[in-house]
Design a protein around this ligand. Structure first.
Ligand code: KG4
Ligand code: ZN
Length: 355
């Protein structure tokens, strides 16, 4: 089964071709990504209208490149998958409408993919991870712990009650004058820093449950940064290192609670913790989570960094997994700004909960 995947939900325009064997093995035939960083850098963050326009300008060329690099033609494809949400709605519309046009013109099935499911299933493409597994999904818009029971079957154990962890990385980068995008910049400078020089809070650590909170940590970094008069590089590195360590401690603490909780859903067999989403590309956080997983008798699975940040292969793969189960969508599929993986999850509670 060969599927073209299109990803346009944020600031990467991406197209990829992925093949899934009948036994469920995945192979990436091409994975073309155009990062819009240069377009958004002057504004210090992603501007939705600029992103949508850049997707329009680049998507056709990327699709042609993805087919070309995969050495496949339209007739070799079995389906067209595109992110249908959640994300910046203008961009989602560009990708989904393009996919609909191709599906109609080439008489191919359309698969409207949930971007979060793309992240969630990547470990099956890269590491053949069997169901069920526990998933720590950490990106610019989400921090969640979910039991992945199967394609389209998610049970949320915890979520953030305020900010996403990637958002906190981006904010800290801005406070330290490290520019955009923030996560990789914080990780890089933190390597030169002493995480012990500054003490930072670790919200919710030691509390029951698996919810996250990052706004208090973000505020503490802002106060710390503002208290420094003309901080030198070492000071900024020390702040970045302290923040990254605090964020890692929070993720590990919440994941440990989830690993215990998940046992009631996934049984006592071999246990796996999968980490996915842009923040999962952070090597220091991976190491921290490796220790946490081992302490609970879990195996840690993290896809390679390039497949943790947004890409087309994850959408093509989620499309192939759905297509294999006969889960296809009509040309009336709607783009969605919000689309939870577990619609039955109890809403997060707390002082800073965002609607
Ligand atoms: O999954 P993703 O590419 O897009 C969303 O779906 O949100 O995740 C982007 C987020 C951004 O907040 C970015 O700063 C963060 O992932 N990120 C990182 C790293 N690389 C990307 N955070 C920490 N360390 C990194 N190396
Ligand atoms: Zn993403």
């Amino acid at each position: 089964m060969t599927v073209l995947g299109i990803e346009t939900s944020c600031d990467e325009t991406a197209a990829a071709v992925v093949r899934r064997s009948p036994s469920g093995k995945g192979e990436i035939l091409s994975n073309a990504v155009f990062s819009q960083i240069a377009e958004h850098t002057p504004y210090g963050g992603v501007v939705p209208e600029i992103a949508a326009r850049a997707h329009v300008e680049h998507l056709d060329g990327l699709i042609a490149r993805a087919l070309n690099e995969a050495n496949v033609g339209w007739d070799d494809l079995d389906g067209i998958a595109a992110t249908a949400g959640p994300g910046l709605i203008g961009g989602v519309i560009v990708g989904l409408m393009t996919a609909k046009g191709i599906a109609l013109a080439r008489n191919l099935p359309l698969i409207a993919v949930n971007h979060l499911e793309g992240h969630a299933l990547t470990a099956r493409l890269t590491d053949d991870a069997p169901f069920p597994y526990l998933l720590l999904l950490v990106s610019g818009g989400h921090s969640q712990l979910l039991v992945v029971e199967g394609v389209g079957r998610y049970r949320r154990l915890g979520t953030t009650i305020d900010d996403a962890v990637g958002e906190a990385f981006d904010k800290v980068a801005k406070l330290l004058g490290l520019g955009f995008p923030g996560g990789p910049a914080v990780e890089k400078i933190a390597r030169e820093g002493n995480p012990k020089r500054f003490a930072l809070p670790r919200p919710l650590i030691g509390k029951p449950g698996c919810d996250f909170s990052f706004s208090g940590l973000k505020t503490a970094v802002r106060q710390l940064a503002e208290a420094q008069v003309d901080p030198d590089r070492q000071t900024r590195a020390d702040i970045a290192a302290a923040f990254q360590q605090a964020a890692g401690d929070v993720l590990a603490d919440r994941a440990i609670n989830a690993m215990h909780m998940a046992r009631q859903f996934v049984g006592e067999g071999p246990q796996r913790l999968v980490v996915a989403g842009g923040v999962a590309s952070n090597l220091a956080l991976r190491a921290r989570l490796e220790t946490a997983a081992r302490s609970c008798g879990y195996e840690l699975i993290v896809p390679p960094p390039k497949l943790c940040t947004d890409n087309g292969a994850m959408i093509a793969w989620a499309g192939a997994e759905r297509l294999a189960l006969g889960l296809v969508d009509g040309l009336n599929a709607s783009p969605l700004a919000r689309w939870p993986l577990d619609p039955d999850a109890t809403p997060a509670r707390g002082a800073g909960v965002k609607a």
